[in-house]
Design a protein around this ligand. Structure first.
Ligand SMILES: Cc1cc2nc3c(=O)[nH]c(=O)nc-3n(C[C@H](O)[C@H](O)[C@H](O)COP(=O)(O)O)c2cc1C
Length: 325
């Protein structure tokens, strides 16, 4: 399949694996890229710019296909070494950067000067237009369904994607709630040039996370996510668990007076305990409603091949058949 996204990134299939904290290591990024999609290493999971350079080198040893690095700009306790990370990305010749969380203006000129393609992930049409106006090459439009940070507008993809298509000139991928060929074909129908998946890629053989995490996603239904940190205007969609229920109780009790310090136990530094140790109640971790559509743990190659085979059948047989009738 050829779209503006496959052309822009030099990939076979219009499928991207979004950056994911403590999931987007070289093993997953390389597996997605080897399967013809675009794998992405999560920059901020690495403790330093030097460690990121090592992770990029490791990924290069595992694939000769294009892959990217995610740089997330979110409110964090200790400011990461963004200039060092940008330098590591440029020095290694990484062809794509996925930015997210905030306006990437500060790093954009350095990346563009180095010939790097930048896809900015955002949750609204106005932020997508801003990304286009400052020179991003593409956007990843993340609907309300998404795992992680859906923003504060709460617009699901059935509305957000056609709205983005009406306004944007640069290519965009649909993100949030994407799992299978139906997601891809529907996204293309709504004007996107491909799709970005997060949660779906965690439940794959190559995702370097504890088996408990994969099993939790397979076991979960579309009813099992919750929105946390809304009162702090840092909303995150997470899988429900004991820590999340505690956190939501605190939000209810403290109301508008809640501060980050009140929920630090449930959200700060919990990812290694969940993703590496498999302690599923250690804290709040991002997960999309799409968990309800995930019932197996295939390899990335099996997953992407299945999506593309079924997408062809969906377009040629089901949709084409409706027209012929
Ligand atoms: C466990 C997890 C961690 C994530 N971490 C990040 C991150 O560090 N930076 C980022 O830009 N997006 C992050 N995301 C969002 C994904 O890149 C992607 O946009 C999102 O998962 C899409 O929604 P889906 O899960 O419904 O596919 C994360 C998502 C998950 C599930």
């Amino acid at each position: 399949m050829k779209t503006r996204i496959t052309e822009l990134f030099g990939i076979k299939h219009p499928i991207i694996q979004g950056g994911m904290h403590y999931v987007g290591f070289a093993e997953l990024a390389a597996a997605v890229s080897n399967a013809g999609g675009l794998g992405i290493i999560t920059g901020l999971t690495q403790p330093s710019a030097a460690a990121l350079a090592d992770e990029i080198a490791k990924c290069k040893d595992m694939t000769d296909k294009p892959f990217g690095v995610n740089l997330t700009f979110l409110p964090v306790v200790n400011q990461p070494d963004y200039p060092g990370m940008v330098k590591a990305i440029i020095d290694a010749g990484v062809p794509v950067v996925e930015t997210a969380g905030n306006n990437p203006q500060a790093v954009l000129p350095h990346l563009k000067d180095a010939g790097i393609k930048v896809i900015h992930k955002c949750t609204s049409v106005r932020h997508s237009l801003k990304a286009q106006s400052i020179g991003c090459d593409a956007v990843s439009v993340d609907g309300f369904e998404c795992g992680g940070h859906p923003g504060e507008d709460d617009i699901p993809n059935m509305i957000l994607l056609p709205r983005a298509a009406d306004e944007l000139e640069i290519p965009f991928v649909a993100s949030g709630g994407m799992a299978d060929a139906r997601s891809l074909v529907a996204s293309l129908a709504m004007g996107a040039d491909g799709m970005n998946m997060g949660t779906r890629f965690i439940a794959t053989q190559e995702a370097p996370v504890h088996e408990n995490v994969k099993k939790a996603i397979v076991a979960a239904t579309e009813l099992d996510t919750r929105l946390v940190m809304r009162p702090l205007r840092n909303t995150e969609r997470v899988l429900n668990n004991a820590a999340v229920e505690r956190l939501l109780e605190k939000e209810k009790d403290l109301g508008g007076d809640i501060k980050f310090e009140d929920i630090i136990q449930e959200v700060a530094g919990v990812y290694p305990r969940i993703m590496k140790e498999g302690d599923m109640d250690a804290g709040a971790w991002s997960c999309g409603m799409v968990a309800g559509l995930i019932n197996d743990i295939p390899t990335c190659q099996e997953l992407i091949d299945r999506i593309m085979d079924e997408a062809h059948a969906l377009i040629n047989q089901r949709l084409g058949g409706l027209l012929a009738a």
